[in-house]
Design a binder for this molecule. Structure first.
Ligand code: HEC
Ligand code: HEC
Ligand code: HEC
Ligand code: HEC
Length: 485
């Protein structure tokens, strides 16, 4: 995608700059030790892919540092990543506080800021100093003849605002931390433009700068104000409705619950309006002077976009390497099971007594969920396996791909009904007492140890609205899984 865009721009004689503002290998300072190796592998892959695409500046976030400064800097060195780390302090590792890149006669300067609170007490062996001070000295050192200065930010959005206000020399703030999709960029003080392209590598942000003769600083395109004005209009409307409701008297007076809701709405819209009006005023103020115009686009990196061949090879190599670890671990997790019998036993064990349910389940995508991963070489991927198996990361279930026996591959009965070991033991015992099933105390024990009608919440553990891109709909999805339904 990057290469294709670059080729198009080259053909049009436009210089292209590429940056990534961090949290590339992992998203937070907490990462389980079992996961680090695989995430480092993925960080290496991403930095290598960025090298292929051509990158001008990268800064590590606290998520990257959580993988260990040694691993991060080794990966960056291997991929010749142009690291910039203005206020980062990782003893034993050096990175420039600022850098300059030039394409097609345009020269940009790059600096970075990492919120010290994110690495408080040290993360991966690194800490961060006050970003304000560090930026002040780095910006003073930058050459004078730059066309623009870009801050790679690992701050929250309020932090970005404050830094833009404090340092007029910044033209762009690219945030890699908050994961917000800013399709329309925010305007920050001193004609600074605020960019953020979401998380999980789902979109590539493409900001196009139209240089305007004699202009100073950058303004977001006219679309930005129009959108904001419409939103403000909408919110004013809703605020007025809530106020009217609260003011109504006599027969129209709201009951207690309606009143409380209207009060909450009033507080919410009044608060939001304050923020939005301030933002609009800033945009208008910036727009009052001639500015370079920035148009922004978030290009979704979905299946419609063909993979670049060399990058696809890198990805395939990494996936194959991770998938191979399947052979390196105990071949038969039977050993793990023998040491710690799991409460989850697998769907085959239910078939003997619930033949019809088993036959129906086998025809659902749940039964083939592991196969879906196998086909994509992702069974050992620690970001994937647990939702595609039975009891993954649940108490009494497998805690790693190595513990997934064949019986637990796929989303089995117990994913919805809960672990079945006790239920089966009790059913077998009840059968041996000769009592007819479904009668008496033994039957209560049998049914009491299993969930009869799993609630929506159970599904939401996996259909989490993010991984499934919000496709889950309780009523229609439930109808597809109930047996004989
Ligand atoms: C040895 C036979 C046997 C096995 C094996 C068995 N069950 Fe059952 N199951 C029963 C009996 C008996 C009942 C209670 C009577 C009925 O409703 O059929 C029952 C009831 C249930 C119910 C309904 C509970 C209720 O409150 O009505 C569910 C759900 C269930 N089993 C799931 C499972 C799952 C999942 C497995 C595999 C992990 C499993 N069963 C394995 C015998 C068995
Ligand atoms: C352990 C995780 C997990 C749980 C719990 C779970 N699912 Fe799923 N579900 C999946 C996965 C994974 C798939 C995709 C399987 C595949 O195609 O590889 C899926 C697929 C489905 C599909 C098929 C979607 C389609 O049309 O392609 C339906 C319907 C569904 N689930 C409904 C439910 C309902 C309803 C519940 C709760 C009662 C539930 N699931 C609980 C993981 C889960
Ligand atoms: C949080 C739980 C969860 C995780 C983690 C997860 N999946 Fe899934 N996956 C699902 C659910 C739920 C569905 C079914 C979504 C639907 O159809 O509504 C699904 C469907 C799928 C499908 C079949 C449908 C399709 O899009 O073709 C594939 C393939 C798949 N997942 C691969 C992966 C891979 C690869 C990973 C790791 C990068 C992964 N999954 C991680 C829950 C998960
Ligand atoms: C995706 C979730 C899901 C999976 C997987 C699943 N079930 Fe169910 N099951 C349900 C739901 C929901 C009900 C409640 C149906 C109702 O009350 O109408 C149910 C009901 C049952 C019942 C009660 C009687 C009936 O048939 O309605 C039994 C027994 C049962 N399931 C057994 C199993 C067995 C055995 C498997 C695996 C072979 C299995 N289920 C897999 C969701 C699931």
């Amino acid at each position: 995608m990057l290469k294709q865009r670059r080729a198009e721009a080259d053909a049009a004689g436009l210089p292209v700059f590429v940056v990534d503002a961090g949290d590339t290998g992992w998203r937070s300072r907490r990462v389980s030790s079992g996961r680090k190796d695989q995430q480092v592998e993925k960080l290496r892959l991403q930095l290598a892919a960025m090298e292929l695409g051509g990158i001008d500046a990268w800064t590590p976030g606290e998520g990257d540092l959580a993988l260990g400064a040694d691993a991060v800097f080794a990966a960056a060195e291997a991929a010749h990543t142009p690291v910039v780390a203005t206020n980062l302090d990782c003893p034993g590792h050096g990175a420039p506080r600022w850098r300059v890149a030039e394409h097609g006669g345009v020269r940009l300067g790059f600096v970075s800021a990492l919120d010290p609170a994110l690495v408080e007490g040290g993360v991966g062996g690194c800490t961060a100093s006050d970003p304000d001070d560090a930026l002040a000295s780095a910006l003073a050192e930058l050459p004078d003849d730059l066309d623009a200065v870009v801050l790679l930010s690992q701050m929250d959005l309020a932090g970005d605002y404050a830094l833009a206000e404090q340092h007029p020399r910044l033209d762009f703030v690219v945030n890699g931390h908050v994961g917000k999709r800013l399709t329309t960029p925010n305007q920050l003080p001193h004609a600074t433009v605020h960019l953020s392209s979401g998380n999980r590598g789902k979109a590539l942000g493409v900001a196009t700068v139209h240089f305007v003769e004699g202009a100073d600083g950058c303004g977001v395109g006219a679309g930005g104000t129009a959108d904001l004005e419409r939103k403000i209009e909408r919110y004013r409307d809703r605020l007025a409705k809530a106020e009217a409701l609260l003011a109504a008297e006599g027969a129209d007076a709201p009951d207690e619950r309606t009143r409380e809701r209207a009060l909450r709405q009033k507080a919410f819209y009044a608060g939001e309006l304050g923020v939005l009006e301030q933002r609009l005023a800033l945009m208008q103020e910036v727009a009052a002077e001639p500015r370079h115009r920035v148009d922004n686009e978030l290009v979704d990196l979905d299946a419609d976009i063909a993979d670049d061949e060399a990058t696809a090879r890198l990805v395939a190599d990494t996936l194959a390497r991770i998938e191979q670890s399947r052979g390196e671990r105990p071949a038969s997790p039977a050993t793990a099971v023998a040491e710690r019998p799991l409460d989850y036993v697998g769907s085959a064990a239910c078939a003997a007594c619930h033949r019809a349910e088993h036959a129906q389940w086998q025809a659902t995508p749940h039964a083939a969920a592991w196969t879906s991963l196998e086909q994509r070489q992702r069974t050992q991927d620690l970001s994937c396996w647990s939702c595609h198996v039975t009891g993954g990361e649940r108490p009494g279930g497998p805690q790693s791909p190595a513990e997934v026996t064949e019986a637990l591959q796929g989303v089995g009965c117990e994913s919805c009904h809960g672990p079945g070991r006790r239920h089966i033991a009790q059913a077998v015992q009840a059968a041996s007492t000769g009592e007819p099933p479904g009668v008496g105390e033994a039957a209560d024990a049998v049914t009491g140890s299993i969930v009869r009608d799993p609630p929506e919440q159970t599904c939401r553990r996996c259909h989490d609205g993010e991984q499934d891109e919000g496709r889950f709909d309780w009523a229609s999805y439930r109808a597809k899984v109930v047996h004989g339904g």
